[in-house]
Design a protein around this ligand. Sequence first.
Ligand SMILES: Cc1cc2nc3c(=O)[nH]c(=O)nc-3n(C[C@H](O)[C@H](O)[C@H](O)COP(=O)(O)O)c2cc1C
Length: 319
Amino acid sequence: MRYLCEFLDIDYPILQGGMGNISNAPLTAAVSEAGGLGTIGAGTMEPQELEAIIIDTKKRTQKPIAVNVPIKVTPYLKEVLNLIIKHEVPVVSLSAGNPVPIIPTLKEHGIKVITVTASVKQAVKAEQAGADIIVAEGYEAAGINSNLELTTLTLIPQIIRAVDVPVVAAGGVGDGKSLAALLTLGASGVQMGTRLIATEEAPFHQAYKQALLNAKDNDTVVVGRSVGQVRRVMKTPYAEELLEKEKAGVPPEEFAEMTSEKYHKIGAIEGKLGQGFINGGQVSGLVSDVPTVAQLFASMIEDAKQRISQLHNIFQNEL
Ligand SMILES: Cc1cc2nc3c(=O)[nH]c(=O)nc-3n(C[C@H](O)[C@H](O)[C@H](O)COP(=O)(O)O)c2cc1C
Protein backbone atom coordinates (compact mmCIF):
# COMPACT_ATOMS: atom_id res chain seq x y z
CA MET A 1 0.00 0.00 0.00
CA ARG A 2 2.73 2.42 0.99
CA TYR A 3 4.78 1.46 -2.05
CA LEU A 4 1.80 2.14 -4.33
CA CYS A 5 1.23 5.59 -2.81
CA GLU A 6 4.91 6.48 -2.96
CA PHE A 7 5.33 5.15 -6.48
CA LEU A 8 2.31 7.08 -7.80
CA ASP A 9 2.89 10.05 -5.49
CA ILE A 10 -0.63 9.91 -4.06
CA ASP A 11 -1.92 10.06 -0.47
CA TYR A 12 -4.46 7.23 -0.54
CA PRO A 13 -4.33 3.86 -2.34
CA ILE A 14 -7.42 4.72 -4.39
CA LEU A 15 -7.49 4.99 -8.18
CA GLN A 16 -10.27 6.27 -10.40
CA GLY A 17 -10.96 3.88 -13.26
CA GLY A 18 -11.27 5.15 -16.83
CA MET A 19 -14.82 6.15 -17.75
CA GLY A 20 -14.99 6.14 -21.53
CA ASN A 21 -16.10 9.35 -23.19
CA ILE A 22 -17.91 10.67 -20.14
CA SER A 23 -14.55 11.23 -18.43
CA ASN A 24 -13.90 14.85 -17.76
CA ALA A 25 -11.67 17.29 -15.97
CA PRO A 26 -13.78 18.13 -12.87
CA LEU A 27 -14.05 14.56 -11.58
CA THR A 28 -10.48 13.61 -12.49
CA ALA A 29 -9.09 16.70 -10.77
CA ALA A 30 -11.34 16.15 -7.73
CA VAL A 31 -10.03 12.61 -7.30
CA SER A 32 -6.39 13.73 -7.54
CA GLU A 33 -6.99 16.73 -5.27
CA ALA A 34 -8.62 14.42 -2.71
CA GLY A 35 -5.47 12.29 -2.60
CA GLY A 36 -6.26 9.50 -5.08
CA LEU A 37 -5.19 9.06 -8.68
CA GLY A 38 -7.64 10.83 -11.01
CA THR A 39 -7.93 9.22 -14.41
CA ILE A 40 -9.14 10.65 -17.70
CA GLY A 41 -10.60 7.99 -20.00
CA ALA A 42 -9.61 8.33 -23.63
CA GLY A 43 -12.60 6.22 -24.68
CA THR A 44 -13.22 6.83 -28.38
CA MET A 45 -12.62 10.59 -28.06
CA GLU A 46 -11.14 12.51 -30.92
CA PRO A 47 -7.59 13.64 -30.08
CA GLN A 48 -8.59 17.35 -29.87
CA GLU A 49 -11.28 16.60 -27.27
CA LEU A 50 -8.91 14.49 -25.19
CA GLU A 51 -6.20 17.14 -25.40
CA ALA A 52 -8.62 19.82 -24.16
CA ILE A 53 -9.55 17.62 -21.18
CA ILE A 54 -5.90 16.95 -20.32
CA ILE A 55 -5.15 20.70 -20.41
CA ASP A 56 -8.27 21.53 -18.37
CA THR A 57 -7.44 18.87 -15.76
CA LYS A 58 -3.87 20.10 -15.41
CA LYS A 59 -5.20 23.62 -14.77
CA ARG A 60 -7.37 22.27 -11.96
CA THR A 61 -4.74 20.16 -10.20
CA GLN A 62 -0.97 20.02 -9.94
CA LYS A 63 -1.18 16.49 -8.54
CA PRO A 64 -0.49 13.36 -10.61
CA ILE A 65 -3.19 12.23 -13.03
CA ALA A 66 -3.51 9.28 -15.39
CA VAL A 67 -5.05 8.67 -18.80
CA ASN A 68 -6.83 5.37 -19.46
CA VAL A 69 -6.39 4.05 -22.97
CA PRO A 70 -8.81 1.29 -23.97
CA ILE A 71 -6.55 -0.16 -26.64
CA LYS A 72 -9.01 -1.87 -28.97
CA VAL A 73 -11.75 0.68 -28.39
CA THR A 74 -10.01 3.91 -29.38
CA PRO A 75 -9.75 4.53 -33.11
CA TYR A 76 -6.88 6.97 -32.36
CA LEU A 77 -4.36 4.83 -30.46
CA LYS A 78 -1.25 6.42 -31.97
CA GLU A 79 -2.53 9.99 -31.59
CA VAL A 80 -3.66 9.36 -28.00
CA LEU A 81 -0.24 7.95 -27.03
CA ASN A 82 1.47 10.94 -28.66
CA LEU A 83 -0.74 13.35 -26.68
CA ILE A 84 0.10 11.56 -23.43
CA ILE A 85 3.80 11.91 -24.18
CA LYS A 86 3.43 15.54 -25.36
CA HIS A 87 1.60 16.59 -22.19
CA GLU A 88 3.89 14.56 -19.91
CA VAL A 89 1.03 12.67 -18.33
CA PRO A 90 2.82 10.74 -15.56
CA VAL A 91 0.68 7.58 -15.51
CA VAL A 92 -1.17 5.58 -18.15
CA SER A 93 -3.65 2.80 -17.61
CA LEU A 94 -4.05 0.36 -20.48
CA SER A 95 -7.19 -1.76 -20.84
CA ALA A 96 -9.35 -3.60 -23.37
CA GLY A 97 -6.62 -4.95 -25.62
CA ASN A 98 -3.06 -6.25 -25.79
CA PRO A 99 -0.75 -3.86 -23.89
CA VAL A 100 2.48 -5.69 -24.78
CA PRO A 101 3.50 -3.66 -27.88
CA ILE A 102 2.65 -0.34 -26.17
CA ILE A 103 4.33 -0.65 -22.77
CA PRO A 104 7.98 -0.23 -23.92
CA THR A 105 7.28 3.11 -25.67
CA LEU A 106 5.56 4.51 -22.59
CA LYS A 107 8.36 3.31 -20.32
CA GLU A 108 10.98 4.89 -22.59
CA HIS A 109 9.28 8.22 -21.90
CA GLY A 110 9.34 7.66 -18.15
CA ILE A 111 5.60 7.04 -17.95
CA LYS A 112 4.33 4.70 -15.24
CA VAL A 113 2.17 1.94 -16.67
CA ILE A 114 -0.88 0.36 -15.09
CA THR A 115 -2.49 -2.53 -16.94
CA VAL A 116 -6.09 -3.56 -16.31
CA THR A 117 -6.49 -7.34 -16.34
CA ALA A 118 -9.22 -9.87 -15.63
CA SER A 119 -7.28 -13.14 -15.53
CA VAL A 120 -4.01 -14.54 -14.20
CA LYS A 121 -2.75 -15.12 -17.75
CA GLN A 122 -3.30 -11.47 -18.74
CA ALA A 123 -1.66 -10.24 -15.54
CA VAL A 124 1.46 -12.38 -16.00
CA LYS A 125 1.74 -11.25 -19.63
CA ALA A 126 1.44 -7.59 -18.63
CA GLU A 127 4.06 -7.94 -15.91
CA GLN A 128 6.46 -9.64 -18.32
CA ALA A 129 5.94 -6.75 -20.77
CA GLY A 130 6.97 -4.26 -18.07
CA ALA A 131 3.73 -3.06 -16.44
CA ASP A 132 4.48 -1.34 -13.14
CA ILE A 133 1.10 -2.01 -11.57
CA ILE A 134 -1.62 -4.54 -12.35
CA VAL A 135 -5.27 -3.65 -11.83
CA ALA A 136 -7.20 -6.90 -11.36
CA GLU A 137 -10.87 -6.41 -12.14
CA GLY A 138 -13.65 -8.76 -11.11
CA TYR A 139 -16.83 -8.96 -13.14
CA GLU A 140 -18.84 -7.20 -10.45
CA ALA A 141 -17.44 -4.08 -12.12
CA ALA A 142 -19.25 -1.58 -14.30
CA GLY A 143 -18.59 -1.30 -18.00
CA ILE A 144 -16.79 -3.61 -20.40
CA ASN A 145 -16.04 -6.91 -18.69
CA SER A 146 -14.04 -10.00 -19.52
CA ASN A 147 -16.06 -12.91 -20.86
CA LEU A 148 -14.31 -15.04 -18.21
CA GLU A 149 -16.57 -13.43 -15.59
CA LEU A 150 -14.21 -14.06 -12.64
CA THR A 151 -15.10 -12.48 -9.31
CA THR A 152 -13.02 -9.96 -7.37
CA LEU A 153 -12.82 -12.11 -4.22
CA THR A 154 -11.23 -15.06 -6.00
CA LEU A 155 -9.39 -13.32 -8.85
CA ILE A 156 -7.33 -10.86 -6.80
CA PRO A 157 -5.47 -13.42 -4.61
CA GLN A 158 -4.74 -15.58 -7.64
CA ILE A 159 -3.22 -12.65 -9.52
CA ILE A 160 -1.29 -11.54 -6.41
CA ARG A 161 0.15 -15.05 -6.17
CA ALA A 162 1.22 -14.99 -9.82
CA VAL A 163 2.94 -11.59 -10.12
CA ASP A 164 5.51 -9.58 -8.16
CA VAL A 165 4.32 -6.06 -9.03
CA PRO A 166 1.66 -4.35 -6.87
CA VAL A 167 -1.92 -5.42 -7.61
CA VAL A 168 -4.80 -2.97 -7.34
CA ALA A 169 -8.26 -4.50 -6.90
CA ALA A 170 -11.24 -3.31 -8.95
CA GLY A 171 -14.85 -4.39 -9.10
CA GLY A 172 -17.19 -3.96 -6.17
CA VAL A 173 -15.36 -1.35 -4.10
CA GLY A 174 -17.48 1.42 -2.63
CA ASP A 175 -16.64 1.91 1.01
CA GLY A 176 -14.05 1.45 3.74
CA LYS A 177 -15.13 -2.11 4.44
CA SER A 178 -14.41 -3.26 0.90
CA LEU A 179 -11.14 -1.30 0.94
CA ALA A 180 -10.14 -3.11 4.16
CA ALA A 181 -11.23 -6.47 2.74
CA LEU A 182 -9.14 -6.07 -0.40
CA LEU A 183 -6.08 -4.84 1.48
CA THR A 184 -6.50 -7.92 3.66
CA LEU A 185 -6.53 -10.08 0.55
CA GLY A 186 -3.13 -8.59 -0.32
CA ALA A 187 -4.11 -5.85 -2.76
CA SER A 188 -1.95 -2.71 -2.68
CA GLY A 189 -4.95 -0.49 -3.32
CA VAL A 190 -8.32 -0.26 -5.04
CA GLN A 191 -9.74 1.17 -8.25
CA MET A 192 -13.31 2.48 -8.31
CA GLY A 193 -15.74 3.44 -11.03
CA THR A 194 -19.38 3.12 -9.97
CA ARG A 195 -18.99 4.73 -6.52
CA LEU A 196 -17.35 7.81 -8.01
CA ILE A 197 -20.37 8.49 -10.22
CA ALA A 198 -22.39 9.24 -7.10
CA THR A 199 -20.20 12.11 -5.94
CA GLU A 200 -20.86 15.84 -6.00
CA GLU A 201 -18.08 16.59 -8.46
CA ALA A 202 -19.12 13.98 -11.03
CA PRO A 203 -20.88 16.10 -13.68
CA PHE A 204 -23.19 13.37 -14.87
CA HIS A 205 -26.96 13.54 -15.11
CA GLN A 206 -28.95 13.44 -11.88
CA ALA A 207 -30.94 10.49 -13.28
CA TYR A 208 -27.70 8.47 -13.36
CA LYS A 209 -26.86 9.29 -9.74
CA GLN A 210 -30.47 8.59 -8.72
CA ALA A 211 -30.37 5.19 -10.45
CA LEU A 212 -27.36 4.30 -8.28
CA LEU A 213 -29.06 5.61 -5.13
CA ASN A 214 -32.21 3.59 -5.91
CA ALA A 215 -30.35 0.42 -6.88
CA LYS A 216 -30.97 -2.83 -5.09
CA ASP A 217 -28.64 -5.83 -5.19
CA ASN A 218 -29.97 -7.08 -8.54
CA ASP A 219 -30.34 -3.80 -10.38
CA THR A 220 -27.38 -4.31 -12.69
CA VAL A 221 -27.37 -6.62 -15.65
CA VAL A 222 -24.74 -8.09 -17.96
CA VAL A 223 -25.49 -7.42 -21.61
CA GLY A 224 -23.67 -8.59 -24.73
CA ARG A 225 -22.84 -12.19 -23.79
CA SER A 226 -24.47 -13.47 -27.00
CA VAL A 227 -22.23 -11.29 -29.16
CA GLY A 228 -19.02 -11.58 -27.12
CA GLN A 229 -19.20 -7.96 -25.92
CA VAL A 230 -19.76 -8.39 -22.20
CA ARG A 231 -20.69 -5.22 -20.31
CA ARG A 232 -22.32 -4.54 -16.93
CA VAL A 233 -24.90 -1.78 -16.95
CA MET A 234 -27.73 -0.55 -14.76
CA LYS A 235 -31.08 -2.24 -15.41
CA THR A 236 -32.86 0.50 -17.35
CA PRO A 237 -35.39 0.47 -20.19
CA TYR A 238 -32.47 0.76 -22.64
CA ALA A 239 -30.72 -2.25 -21.05
CA GLU A 240 -33.96 -4.26 -21.36
CA GLU A 241 -34.07 -3.29 -25.03
CA LEU A 242 -30.48 -4.52 -25.49
CA LEU A 243 -31.41 -7.87 -23.92
CA GLU A 244 -34.49 -8.14 -26.16
CA LYS A 245 -32.32 -7.43 -29.20
CA GLU A 246 -29.93 -10.18 -28.12
CA LYS A 247 -32.83 -12.64 -27.78
CA ALA A 248 -33.81 -11.75 -31.33
CA GLY A 249 -30.25 -12.48 -32.54
CA VAL A 250 -28.86 -8.96 -32.98
CA PRO A 251 -25.77 -8.87 -35.23
CA PRO A 252 -22.54 -7.96 -33.32
CA GLU A 253 -22.06 -4.75 -35.36
CA GLU A 254 -25.53 -3.47 -34.46
CA PHE A 255 -24.98 -4.32 -30.78
CA ALA A 256 -21.60 -2.55 -30.86
CA GLU A 257 -23.27 0.55 -32.29
CA MET A 258 -26.04 0.43 -29.66
CA THR A 259 -23.41 0.30 -26.89
CA SER A 260 -21.10 2.85 -28.47
CA GLU A 261 -19.99 5.98 -26.63
CA LYS A 262 -22.73 7.92 -28.42
CA TYR A 263 -25.37 5.98 -26.45
CA HIS A 264 -23.23 6.07 -23.30
CA LYS A 265 -23.37 9.87 -23.35
CA ILE A 266 -27.13 9.90 -24.03
CA GLY A 267 -27.63 7.81 -20.88
CA ALA A 268 -24.97 9.22 -18.57
CA ILE A 269 -24.84 12.90 -19.56
CA GLU A 270 -28.33 13.52 -20.96
CA GLY A 271 -30.03 11.19 -18.47
CA LYS A 272 -32.28 9.61 -21.12
CA LEU A 273 -32.42 6.12 -19.68
CA GLY A 274 -34.70 4.81 -22.43
CA GLN A 275 -32.42 5.98 -25.22
CA GLY A 276 -28.91 5.35 -23.90
CA PHE A 277 -27.19 3.12 -21.32
CA ILE A 278 -25.50 3.81 -18.01
CA ASN A 279 -22.65 1.60 -16.80
CA GLY A 280 -23.05 0.38 -13.25
CA GLY A 281 -21.39 -2.23 -11.06
CA GLN A 282 -22.95 -4.50 -8.45
CA VAL A 283 -21.68 -2.16 -5.73
CA SER A 284 -24.46 0.25 -6.78
CA GLY A 285 -26.68 -1.66 -4.33
CA LEU A 286 -24.58 -0.16 -1.52
CA VAL A 287 -24.62 3.46 -2.74
CA SER A 288 -26.77 5.58 -0.45
CA ASP A 289 -25.40 9.12 -0.61
CA VAL A 290 -23.68 11.65 -2.86
CA PRO A 291 -20.68 13.00 -0.94
CA THR A 292 -17.79 15.04 -2.30
CA VAL A 293 -14.86 12.90 -3.42
CA ALA A 294 -12.82 14.19 -0.46
CA GLN A 295 -15.58 13.20 1.99
CA LEU A 296 -15.86 9.78 0.37
CA PHE A 297 -12.13 9.09 0.60
CA ALA A 298 -11.88 10.39 4.18
CA SER A 299 -14.74 8.15 5.31
CA MET A 300 -13.35 5.15 3.42
CA ILE A 301 -9.92 5.50 4.99
CA GLU A 302 -11.34 6.06 8.48
CA ASP A 303 -13.74 3.14 8.14
CA ALA A 304 -11.04 0.82 6.76
CA LYS A 305 -8.74 1.70 9.67
CA GLN A 306 -11.50 1.00 12.19
CA ARG A 307 -12.44 -2.30 10.56
CA ILE A 308 -8.89 -3.55 10.51
CA SER A 309 -8.28 -2.54 14.11
CA GLN A 310 -11.59 -4.09 15.29
CA LEU A 311 -10.71 -7.34 13.57
CA HIS A 312 -7.24 -7.23 15.05
CA ASN A 313 -8.78 -6.90 18.53
CA ILE A 314 -11.24 -9.71 17.89
CA PHE A 315 -8.46 -12.03 16.82
CA GLN A 316 -6.28 -11.03 19.79
CA ASN A 317 -8.99 -11.29 22.42
CA GLU A 318 -11.58 -13.77 21.27
CA LEU A 319 -9.82 -16.44 19.27
C1 LIG B 1 -19.14 5.04 -16.46
C2 LIG B 1 -18.04 4.02 -16.53
C3 LIG B 1 -17.27 3.93 -17.67
C4 LIG B 1 -16.20 3.03 -17.74
N1 LIG B 1 -15.38 3.02 -18.84
C5 LIG B 1 -14.19 2.37 -18.77
C6 LIG B 1 -13.18 2.60 -19.75
O1 LIG B 1 -13.33 3.40 -20.68
N2 LIG B 1 -12.00 1.92 -19.63
C7 LIG B 1 -11.78 1.04 -18.59
O2 LIG B 1 -10.69 0.45 -18.51
N3 LIG B 1 -12.73 0.81 -17.65
C8 LIG B 1 -13.89 1.48 -17.70
N4 LIG B 1 -14.82 1.33 -16.69
C9 LIG B 1 -14.47 0.47 -15.54
C10 LIG B 1 -13.80 1.32 -14.43
O3 LIG B 1 -12.62 1.90 -14.88
C11 LIG B 1 -13.49 0.51 -13.17
O4 LIG B 1 -12.45 -0.40 -13.36
C12 LIG B 1 -14.71 -0.24 -12.65
O5 LIG B 1 -15.83 0.61 -12.66
C13 LIG B 1 -14.45 -0.76 -11.25
O6 LIG B 1 -15.56 -1.47 -10.78
P1 LIG B 1 -16.77 -0.78 -9.96
O7 LIG B 1 -17.66 -0.22 -11.00
O8 LIG B 1 -17.37 -1.90 -9.20
O9 LIG B 1 -16.17 0.27 -9.09
C14 LIG B 1 -15.94 2.18 -16.63
C15 LIG B 1 -16.75 2.27 -15.49
C16 LIG B 1 -17.78 3.18 -15.42
C17 LIG B 1 -18.60 3.28 -14.17
